[in-house]
Every structure is written in C-alpha cells, then in structure tokens.
Design a protein around this ligand. Structure first.
Ligand code: NI
Length: 166
C-alpha cells in the first residue's frame, strides 16, 4: 500500500512526467496504485497522489467489484470533450470536502495500457468526470481550482482544518 499525499504536498502541484518506457517499475507502481485506490476506497487515483510525478492513472467506478471495469492508463490525454455536467466531486488528497464541479459530459481519452498498446476510451457521466479529474492531477490541477474564488477560499479553509494545517 502506498501513502496518499494530501493537500499541501508539493508533488500535487507539479506537472507530471511522460512515461517513455513501460518497464517493471511502472507495472509494479500501477498494481500498488490499484491496491491503494481500492483500500482507500476510491474510484480514481493519479501517480502524483502517491508521490510519483509520472503520467499514470487508475480508474475503477466499481472499486474492484468488476475487474473488467478497471482502467490503468499510461500518458492519458483528453482528446475530445462534449457537453456539460454539474456534479459533486471529492478527492482522496483533499479530505473532508465535496463540491459541485462542472465537467464535460462526454470525453474521449487516449493513452496506453501496460503492454504499450494504444487505448481509446469513450467515457460519459461519472466515468468522464473521473478521467478529467485524474488527468488534471497530472497537470498539478486540483478540483478546487475549478471553483469560484470565494468557494475555493472556503474549501481551502475547511481542508486546512481537516488536515490540521495552518
Ligand atoms: Ni483527486
């Protein structure tokens, strides 16, 4: 199990590196991420959230109930966005807060699986939201960054309280 980095950790604000070689370390990291995500429990996790500034994400809306629904994506990119949806969002790195965030309703995600094969994933609704949230993490963006300045200020206040930060 890996330690989940929380708000205030600088790794969450860095732009993560592209993965040029899907070697054993990357495969091991992705399994550890999946375990950590299921244990949390969460429906998505990005490598920077466990301290690795690499472009790697795991997503599973079933939290392990259905193994066929697990996505492990190397160097994911959102290549198409369509529509709009407003829904509540939370993040394992931002404990104690949930806020409404506007996201595209449908996205097309491209990237690679652990065999280096190119992936194309069409996602809508909650799945599209999770992909957008996780790809944001790879660019150092947190969901609170999508809030209005006032809401963001309140959210950070709450967050700092939950994390006992000053
Ligand atoms: Ni998150």
């Amino acid at each position: 199990m890996l330690e989940i980095r929380k708000y205030g950790d600088r790794v969450l604000r860095k732009r993560a590196e592209e993965i040029s070689d899907i070697n054993g370390e990357i495969v091991n990291l992705s399994s550890a991420m999946v375990e950590t995500m299921y244990d949390a429990p969460g429906i998505g996790l990005a490598a920077p959230q466990v301290g690795f500034s690499l472009r790697l994400i795991t997503v599973d809306l079933t939290v392990g109930e259905d193994p066929s629904k697990l996505f492990v994506v190397v160097n994911p990119r959102i290549v198409e966005k369509e529509g709009e949806a407003l829904d509540e969002e939370a993040c394992l790195s931002l404990p104690g807060i949930r806020e409404m965030v506007k996201r595209p309703y449908r996205v097309l995600v491209k990237g690679y699986n652990l065999d280096g094969k190119e992936l194309e994933i069409e996602a809508e609704g909650l799945l599209a939201r999770v992909f957008c949230h996780e790809v944001d993490h790879l660019d150092g963006v947190l969901f609170i960054d999508h809030l209005t300045p006032l809401k963001k200020r309140f959210a950070i206040k709450k967050l700092k309280k939950a994390l006992a930060l000053r």
